[in-house]
Write a protein that binds this ligand. Structure first.
Ligand code: SF4
Ligand code: SF4
Ligand code: FES
Length: 256
């Protein structure tokens, strides 16, 4: 395939407003959308703001929406589009725009800070931790997360509902709670922290209606819904409807 000229619509603006601007840019064999954005920056709009670092799908910073779908620009090959197609590139919709394609993703860092860290088992010294391979593999899937926040951006709970952001941590961070809850050495329960209850009551697990949109956009292929959110919902429900837990709560309420 030889070089051709592709039509692009790229969102330009800042918090005060903006809109789509039309461009025609050269495309060569093997290029990805980020290459085209860089060429646009180098040849036509030198002040175009775009965030990127690795160009290898590993830093999670080039997230944007391409034809309305949340994607990594560096991992989206131009060959998936036809030469005639006009390709639209817009910033992540769920987060405030800083400028052009760059958004302020600090919502995610705030949510990350709200989740209590792993609690080391008090009876074991460093180096004495032992885990079944099965347990290692289960959490390993979640550790592949590159924090691109595409799942956070696509989740309908916050995508068009700014008002839900306070009560909802989003799939990436509910997954983090699930990971810690599954960790066989996490001693949070011994400190009085019930991760399932906090997922439900403080981090908005109940808002998730398992549409799996988060899973569909994850560039790491993590099965966020099936392997993290649904199991945690089941465990939270088990706990809620466990007759012994129910009786204990009732007695505690009476005593208080
Ligand atoms: S499965 Fe849950 S967390 Fe994922 S996009 Fe749907 S509502 Fe959001
Ligand atoms: S879970 Fe997937 S989509 Fe979500 S932040 Fe991590 S890598 Fe990105
Ligand atoms: S530039 Fe690092 S993931 Fe795209």
């Amino acid at each position: 395939m030889s070089a051709y000229q592709a039509r692009f619509k790229v969102w330009r603006g800042d918090p005060s407003g903006g809109g789509l601007e039309d461009f025609t840019v050269e495309v060569n064999d093997g290029e990805v959308v980020l290459d085209i954005i860089h060429r646009l920056q180098a040849t036509q709009v030198s002040d175009l703001a775009v965030r990127w670092n690795c160009k290898a799908g590993k830093c999670g910073s080039c997230s944007a929406e391409i034809n309305g779908r949340p994607r990594l620009m560096c991992m989206t090959r131009m060959s998936v589009f036809s030469k005639e197609e006009t390709i639209t590139v817009t910033p992540l919709r769920a987060f405030p725009v800083v400028r052009d394609l760059v958004t302020d993703v600090s919502f995610n860092y705030e949510k990350a800070r709200e989740i209590p860290a792993f609690v080391p088992p008090p009876e074991l010294a460093a180096g004495e931790y032992r885990m079944q391979q099965m347990d290692v593999e289960r959490s390993q899937e979640f550790r592949k997360c590159i924090e691109c926040f595409l799942c956070q951006d696509t989740c309908h709970v916050v995508r068009d509902h700014e008002e839900n952001k306070e009560a909802f941590a989003g799939p990436r961070f509910l997954m983090r709670i699930a990971e810690l809850d599954m960790h066989p050495l996490d001693a949070a329960a011994g400190t009085g922290l019930d991760r399932r209850t906090t997922a439900q009551d403080e981090h908005g697990l109940g808002y998730c209606n398992i549409t799996k949109c988060c899973t569909e956009v994850c560039p790491e292929g993590i099965k966020i819904t099936d392997n993290a959110l649904i199991p945690m919902k089941e465990r939270a429900a088990d706990r809620k409807y466990d007759p012994l837990v129910w009786l204990g709560n009732k007695i505690r309420r009476r005593e208080s």
